[in-house]
Design a binder for this molecule. Structure first.
Ligand code: SF4
Length: 251
């Protein structure tokens, strides 16, 4: 049987690289669903449109917002509470999140002249600061918006992606989420610095954390990374010990 690159690397006991992990996840999951917009204000709304909803419900809420209200600061500012709540009801705390959508519109109009695209194209620290003024957007959220707006190739892993990075051994566990998140920036240097490739890596790590590498019961037995995963190697009976390739003496 012919060995592929991954079999070869495993046989040689080579440490998994983040690039390889992303490639293997890409083969396993296929094309990943991207956020429904690349406009930075629409991405701010995407973060607030349906709190704690499933990915499908959140997408449904965003599509309804786009169709029934619109996604510009002006249309949201002028929408009725009822129209906004109908959208945000796809998640929990619908009334509170309808008010958050309205607050997003207010900030965009009053602080940013109704237009976020120019700020996002400006210097990175100012762009992050401007985004962090919006409800529900911390530093990871701001970096994620900059990633999907096409501004900067930042990995910006959310909780699911960060957990995968930790279990695979790319980020050291730390009681501080902020420190672990900061460490993920160092890990991301191993990935191509191309925005589209970084978006794909972000989405694949997120999908893996949701689908198999779950917080309480990771499904290592069906994971394509199990043989080279640091976490799985500490779980008896899951991953066989890494094999070292025995080289034949030169003849
Ligand atoms: S082997 Fe288990 S812990 Fe490791 S990445 Fe896969 S699901 Fe996560």
């Amino acid at each position: 049987m012919e060995l592929n690159d991954d079999d070869d690397a495993r046989a040689a006991g080579a440490r998994l690289t983040l690039r390889e992990a992303v490639r293997i996840l890409g083969t396993h999951y296929g094309p990943v669903e991207r956020p429904p917009a690349s406009d930075p204000f629409a991405l701010v709304l995407w973060e607030n449109v349906a709190y704690l909803a499933t990915p499908a419900k959140r997408r449904e809420a965003f599509e309804e917002l786009r169709k029934t209200v619109g996604t510009s600061p002006a249309t949201i500012a002028n929408a009725s509470d009822r129209a906004l709540e109908k959208v945000t009801a796809r998640g929990i705390l619908g009334a509170r999140f309808a008010a958050k959508l309205r607050e997003c519109a207010r900030i965009a109009i009053e602080e940013h002249g109704g237009e976020l695209a120019a700020i996002v194209r400006g210097p990175l620290p100012q762009a992050k600061k401007a985004l962090r003024a919006y409800p529900g957007i911390g530093e990871p959220g701001a970096e994620k918006i900059l990633l999907f707006a096409g501004r900067e190739a930042l990995l910006a892993p959310e909780a699911n992606g960060l957990r995968v990075l930790e279990r695979l051994g790319f980020v050291r566990h730390d009681a501080s989420y902020a420190r672990m998140y900061a460490a993920s920036r160092e890990a991301a240097k191993a990935l191509p610095s191309d925005v589209r490739a970084m978006q794909t890596a972000h989405l694949l790590l997120q999908e893996h954390g949701r689908a198999l590498c779950k917080r309480t019961a990771p499904r290592c037995e069906v994971c394509p990374l199990v043989r080279r995963c640091t976490y799985a190697h500490g779980r008896p009976g899951l991953a066989p010990p890494r094999r070292r390739r025995v080289l034949s003496p030169k003849t």
